[in-house]
Design a protein around this ligand. Structure first.
Ligand code: SF4
Length: 204
């Protein structure tokens, strides 16, 4: 059996603490905390916005339609998901019940801010060589300032002191593109960004 990373037990303790988090109201309307998953010491960390409907039920990040899109993009970029730590800026599913459905609601600045306590510990314990924020919510949480994709995408940026980062789209935004050609283009952009992340890591 491979030896456990020295920070793995600490991260497991943090994940357990997060399960009981009530720092903001989002826990009330969700099934459970969805903490990040992946190897401690992973070279690459991917950060999304928040768990979706299926993630909320399963208790695992990126297992729904956006997760399947991400899986496909990782394969196309030549990245093994099992080697990547995958998480979200906000750990509970913010939603609005509408009939039998629960509609996704964007977390507000307060919710993102208070939930950062968990993301910060994931980053500090996993110690990835590169953090890729998927979408502006994750990017702003990591950078501590408002971010726009148009300005920050396609280049290396800093997420806090010495933390190398990049920004790309959230896979769910690709699913929302109404036409096939647009979706194809948006997907190609995600794959291109992930390939660039791999290149940045390999050059380090
Ligand atoms: S969203 Fe984050 S801060 Fe709010 S209750 Fe859940 S884990 Fe705690």
């Amino acid at each position: 059996m491979a030896p456990q990373h020295p920070s793995a037990a600490k991260l497991a303790r943090v994940a357990k603490e997060a399960k009981a988090c009530t720092r903001c109201p989002l826990y009330r309307n969700a099934t459970q905390t969805v903490f990040g998953e992946g190897p401690v010491g992973a070279a690459l960390m991917l950060v999304g916005e928040q768990p979706g409907d299926q993630e909320d039920i399963a208790g695992h990040p990126f297992v729904g339609p956006a997760g399947k899109m991400l899986d496909r993009a990782l394969v196309d970029a030549g990245i093994d998901r099992r080697q990547v730590y995958v998480t979200n800026a906000v750990k509970h599913f913010k939603n609005e019940p509408r009939g039998k459905k629960r509609l996704h609601k964007k977390p507000n600045r307060y919710e993102v801010e208070v939930c950062k306590v968990w993301l910060a510990q994931e980053v500090s314990l996993v110690k990835p060589g590169l953090v890729v924020a998927m979408g502006v919510t994750a990017a702003a949480a990591l950078a501590g300032r408002p971010m726009t994709l148009a300005r920050e995408r396609g280049k290396e940026i800093a997420f806090g002191e010495g933390r190398r980062g990049m920004v790309t789209v959230h896979p769910s935004s690709i699913l929302r593109v109404p036409d096939k050609a647009g979706r194809h283009k948006a997907y190609a952009g995600l794959v291109r960004d992930l390939k660039l992340a791999l290149k940045v890591l390999q050059a380090a």
